[in-house]
Design a protein around this ligand. Structure first.
Ligand SMILES: NC(=O)c1ccc[n+]([C@@H]2O[C@H](COP(=O)([O-])OP(=O)(O)OC[C@H]3O[C@@H](n4cnc5c(N)ncnc54)[C@H](OP(=O)(O)O)[C@@H]3O)[C@@H](O)[C@H]2O)c1
Length: 300
């Protein structure tokens, strides 16, 4: 097996690398050497020619896991063309290559494809309606993938991704909480965080699964996040509680905290499909946050 993972320096890419390097969660027939991790230095998704060049100069892959993306939600409002190239056109090109190579493709998308106006957890079959530029490019990527590769690909929609790596909500809260006595965090956007290590585990579980290995599976979308429903305000409070940080968290509305990109109000997703099809066990958000914060503490 040759498994290509893009976005090697991102949260999810690094989380997959960490697990693969331990050798524990991979198939008995696999070795960590079967995984090839690439970043923008090797495979620049903003450049069509860089993508072609990379695949023209490497042997074919059996599986491609696309963790790379343009993820700067607010900046995407100004950089729509770049975001569209990386999240849509590059995904289309990668999908064509995967199809030509007869490789299976796993692509990561987002809960933000939904407008957040539903009062029920979103199902994979609910109609997306993105409300910002980033999410429009991510949805365009999903759609291109489904058109080019109606078989043998899989899209996983994640939400509120955090990890012990790089900048994310947890690391930002920890930094601000140590600097300030009080903070304002929105309490009218609901959802569920996704610990990148849990998603990485789920992806590795999926590629070991017989249903994934079987040929000729129709392309499917799956929702994935940790269990539980919270607001960003509750998330911040729990981060400070676990971290023993004395910082008051004041609830504010999205209207009181305007951002360049609008955020959906409620993007809780129903995860029954991924649980049932691939037998994935999903942890509660609090236990995963505890795990991540323990690792962060050890790194200090
Ligand atoms: N973060 C979230 O809250 C969130 C929520 C839901 C879904 N998702 C989705 O989950 C996936 C993984 O997200 P993440 O949080 O792990 O993202 P991340 O930490 O921002 O990592 C994204 C990676 O993509 C790479 N990248 C960006 N532009 C590139 C380009 N032109 N060519 C090649 N690589 C490029 C970045 O490279 P550099 O390191 O060189 O910049 C980075 O390593 C993405 O598809 C994202 O849309 C994320």
């Amino acid at each position: 097996m040759r498994i290509l993972v893009t976005g090697k320096n991102g949260q999810l890419g690094r989380s997959i690398q960490k697990i693969v390097n331990t050798g524990t969660k991979i198939d008995n027939n696999q070795s960590p050497n079967d995984f090839i991790f690439v970043g923008r230095e090797e495979l620049d998704l903003s450049s069509e020619s860089s993508i072609s060049h990379y695949f023209d100069n490497n042997d074919r892959f059996d599986v491609i896991i696309n963790c790379a993306a343009y993820t700067a939600v607010d900046k995407a409002e100004e950089e729509q063309e770049l975001a569209n190239q990386v999240n849509h056109l590059a995904v289309k090109q990668l999908t064509k290559i995967a199809k030509d190579q007869k490789a299976k493709l796993i692509h990561i998308s987002t809960d933000y494809v939904f407008d957040g106006e539903s009062n029920k957890p979103y199902l994979e079959t609910d109609t997306p309606n993105p409300i910002n530029a980033y999410s429009r490019t991510k949805l365009a990527g999903e759609k291109a993938l489904q058109t080019v590769m109606p078989m043998n690909a899989l899209v996983i929609r994640a939400s509120w991704l955090y990890s012990e790596y790089s900048n994310n909500f947890v690391s930002t809260m920890l930094r601000l909480g140590r600097e300030r006595d009080e903070l304002s965090v929105v309490n009218d956007q609901m959802g569920s965080p996704t610990y990148a290590a849990d998603l990485a585990d789920a992806i590795l579980e999926i590629i070991r699964h017989k249903k994934f290995r079987d040929l000729a599976q129709t392309t499917q979308i799956y929702n994935y996040s940790n269990e539980g429903e919270i607001s960003w305000h509750e998330f911040a409070k729990e981060i400070f509680k676990i971290g023993n940080i004395e910082c008051q968290v004041n609830p504010v509305t999205s209207q009181q905290y305007p951002t360049p990109a609008k955020r959906p109000r409620n993007t809780l997703m129903n995860k029954d499909k991924i649980v049932k099809v691939f037998n994935i066990k999903i942890s509660n958000w609090k236990s995963s946050l505890n795990t991540c914060m323990k690792i962060l503490k050890q790194q200090q």
